[in-house]
Write a new protein. Structure first.
Length: 758
């Protein structure tokens, strides 16, 4: 028989927003110390009364705990509970300090006043009519979603997700979720298939129902997109979907140590469903018939008439076709004549800058003066920056309107610094509108430019490329610049490499390493790594080191010592602002999460802190935004430093370059410590000093491109710390997997004169 526990939520110790696993401290009458409660408890707020059903356990590491299997919430009935409840971030505009003022003034009637007589709020010091109206409005919204919250709280959804559901479906929220919970995975940001499937299981949706099978197929294709693929072959799609849909559906308590669905089945968990390939294949046909999947049959090169059946999500298929269409439009529309003596212009630029351009750089500038679309690629030290600056200056001298952009804020900042002209992120250039989640600049409202230059194009995925190309005026010229040997984009596609492989566009590949770059072991070794060769050391150069360590604990200790002691002492770099640790993974002893905890303890251990999930944020911490927040105007990969913090209100301010951005409790989910970051997150950025741990525990991610990308992030110092075995794995590239894309094939077909593939 289950145990029942009543109490007041004192403090949330840990919460995993993805799995719902929560650790909290509950104040229980009759017990001197708060009780530790664990379980799937997303949606609870400090100060709330909780009625928990579950069982007492004794954890070998943490001692006595109450493992909750179900819970209900009650409004707090004490002044202290009301204060904690209101100050938890539940109502935007009310932090801990303001909550304390409200409770001091209204006592136990505080919630009733907010709900029934909000005009009385102005009696409280600091509450003017504007703030009172804001609180009244926020409370009304909270009340309106109460039904949604009650319905969803048992399914492991946070208040933030409940608000998103309500704002999407309004009065039909509960009805919509009951009818088809899988809509949440496709229409609500932050809710994935697993969460929707858990809700569906609790609502009694059969494991082999058509709705679940179709949702599983789309989820599998989205997983393929997460891996960079634009499509999947039918057989592979069905095979992967069978595996995903046959995993047990958790409808009872969490079954793993962190509620991740691993381990033995709980009392409410059904055995794996017998989802058959035949049933899934039939639903694939249904999705194709409904237009929810795009099917394409393409021939395989060689005799025998063999074909491949490819399946894609409509949005991705349309994006790839859109890139082809936009490039054809640009190539087929002549540009206004540019009256310029190219050789004289190049001579002027060389004299102005006091430089001598290499032959390939001259060729690139000549091409950029006359070609409608040009791709320039090359590794470090090959002069991309110099020629881009020359192209910009010559066009500007001739009165041409030039727009500069890059995928990330850091990359745009570097482009602006190198050219001396304004450069924007692609999202800002295209005027992204958070309200409609669309770009204001498109084919109907194109950019006002004669030349558009996009840098760091290896980072641009197919969807973003389509949006950018649509907005380039038909008569404008387009210059795409990037290092095709770096990691491809995080999003699906492999645009830069595919454009080059298609042989349908003019391409200048810079290969000559300039004399000043040859003096850098960073540049030399980056090119050696690209060729699959081991780096060279010594020779009197002191900007590249490889410290060989075999065991993870030794690598970790050396990384900490390098960042906190050796590099600042020998090279004078600031350990927080100028030294960046780049690692292949997020998890594990050498992953970004643990490295950040370890480095924060070394570099910024003291002072007031705001606790959010597993993070402590302090003034002086280096932090990174890990998702686009269009309201705050901060974007995935932006790095800043915490400059202000209000522990009582749970707010902080982050300095991103010349901008200071305020975060409240609801915004902190997009922020993580950034003393260490994944190599993927570092794309488009450069740092004075880079430290890279390498170990065979990173095996699945160890690839030549990954290591090459990491090394090329360092401007003045790169230190590798790790084993020769890990280095060998990366250089031999055994784990490299080509992405499933058709952009190169489509462009090549058009170039050969084949029918337009759109």
């Amino acid at each position: 028989m289950a145990d029942v526990l009543h109490g007041s939520l004192e403090r949330i110790v840990y919460v995993n927003e993805q799995t719902g696993w929560t650790v909290l401290r509950l104040r229980v009458r009759g017990r001197r110390e708060p009780v530790t409660v664990v379980g799937n408890l997303l949606g609870t707020q400090p100060g709330e009364g909780l009625r928990l059903t579950g069982r007492w356990i004794v954890d070998t590491k943490y001692g006595e705990q109450f493992r909750a299997e179900a819970f209900t919430t009650l409004r707090p009935a004490t002044a202290a509970g009301i204060e904690k409840y209101l100050g938890s971030g539940l109502v935007r505009g009310v932090g801990p300090k303001m909550a304390a003022r409200l409770v001091r003034h209204f006592g136990l009637q505080t919630l009733a006043v907010i709900e029934e007589h909000p005009e009385q709020l102005v009696e409280v010091p600091g509450f003017g009519p504007v703030r009172a109206e804001r609180v009244r409005s926020a409370w009304a919204e909270q009340k309106a979603i109460a039904e949604v919250m009650i319905f969803l709280q048992g399914h492991g959804l946070s208040p933030a997700l409940a608000v998103r559901i309500y704002r999407r479906y309004r009065a039909r929220s509960v009805e919509t979720v009951r009818e088809n919970p899988f809509r949440l995975a496709e229409e609500i940001h932050g809710i994935g298939f697993r969460t929707a499937d858990r809700i569906a299981a609790r609502l009694g949706t059969a494991a082999a129902s058509p709705e679940r099978l179709r949702a599983g197929i789309r989820y599998t294709l989205n997983r393929c997109a997460d891996d960079g693929d634009m499509f999947a072959e039918r057989g592979e799609l069905v095979r992967r979907a069978v595996g995903i849909l046959s995993i047990p559906r958790s409808v009872g308590r969490s079954t793993g140590p962190e509620g991740d669905g691993t381990g033995a089945l709980g009392p409410g968990d059904p055995a794996p469903a017998a989802v058959t390939p035949e049933a899934l294949s039939a639903e694939v046909d249904g999705l194709i018939g409904d237009g929810a999947l795009v099917r394409e049959v393409v021939p395989v090169a060689g005799p025998g008439g063999i074909t491949r059946e490819l399946l894609a999500l409509p949005a991705l298929d349309a994006a790839e076709r859109g890139v082809v269409s936009a490039l054809l439009r640009l190539q087929r529309t002549p540009a206004p004549p540019l009256e310029v003596d190219a050789e004289r212009a190049i001579a002027w630029y060389q004299g102005w800058r006091g430089i001598t351009l290499a032959q390939l750089q001259r060729q690139a500038i000549l091409s950029a003066l006359h070609e409608k679309v040009l791709v320039v690629t090359g590794g470090p030290g090959t002069g991309k920056t110099t020629l881009v600056r020359g192209i910009v200056e010559i066009h500007a001298r001739k009165g041409r309107r030039v727009l500069l952009c890059a995928p990330t804020g850091r990359a745009a900042q570097r482009l602006a610094e190198s050219t001396g002209r304004e450069a924007r992120t692609i999202h800002r250039l295209l005027e992204f509108d958070p309200g409609s989640m669309r770009f204001r600049r498109d084919g109907e409202n194109p950019l006002e430019a004669d030349l558009v230059i996009a840098d760091e194009c290896s980072m641009i995925d197919t969807v973003l490329a389509n949006n950018l190309l649509k907005a380039v005026p038909a008569a404008a010229q387009l210059l795409l610049v990037g290092d095709a040997d770096q990691l491809p984009s995080v999003g699906p596609g492999n645009v830069l490499a595919d454009l080059i492989a298609s042989a349908s566009l003019p391409v200048v590949r810079l290969t000559e390493i300039f004399r000043q770059a040859e003096a850098s072991r960073i540049v030399v070794n980056a090119h050696r790594i690209h060729r699959g060769e081991y780096p060279v050391l010594g020779g009197g150069l002191d900007d590249f080191f490889w410290i060989k360590k075999e065991h993870p604990e030794d690598i970790l200790a050396m990384v900490k010592r390098l960042v906190a002691e050796d590099i600042p002492r020998r090279f004078g770099f600031d350990p927080v602002r100028e030294v960046q640790v780049l690692t292949p993974m997020r998890r594990g002893a050498l992953g970004a999460v643990n490295l950040n905890v370890q480095l924060q303890a070394l570099l910024n251990p003291h002072g007031a802190a705001i606790r959010h999930g597993a993070h402590d944020f302090r003034i002086g911490d280096k932090v990174m935004q890990i998702e686009n927040d269009y309201d705050l105007d901060v974007y995935n990969g932006d790095i800043g430093c915490i400059e202000e913090l209000d522990k009582e209100e749970g707010t902080l301010r982050v300095r991103f370059g010349d901008r200071s951005v305020g975060y409240d409790a609801r915004d902190l989910g997009g922020l993580v410590l950034a003393y260490a970051t994944s190599i993927h997150k570092a794309q488009g950025s450069e740092y004075p000093a880079v430290v890279i741990p390498l170990h065979s525990q990173h095996y699945l991610l160890l690839q030549r491109r990954l290591l090459y990308t990491a090394v090329t992030r360092g401007k003045r110092l790169v230190v590798l710390v790790g084993s020769a075995r890990a280095m060998g794995i990366a250089l031999h590239d055994r784990n490299a997997k080509p992405r499933n894309t058709r952009l190169a094939e489509r462009l090549a077909a058009v170039t050969r004169g084949a029918p337009h593939p759109l």
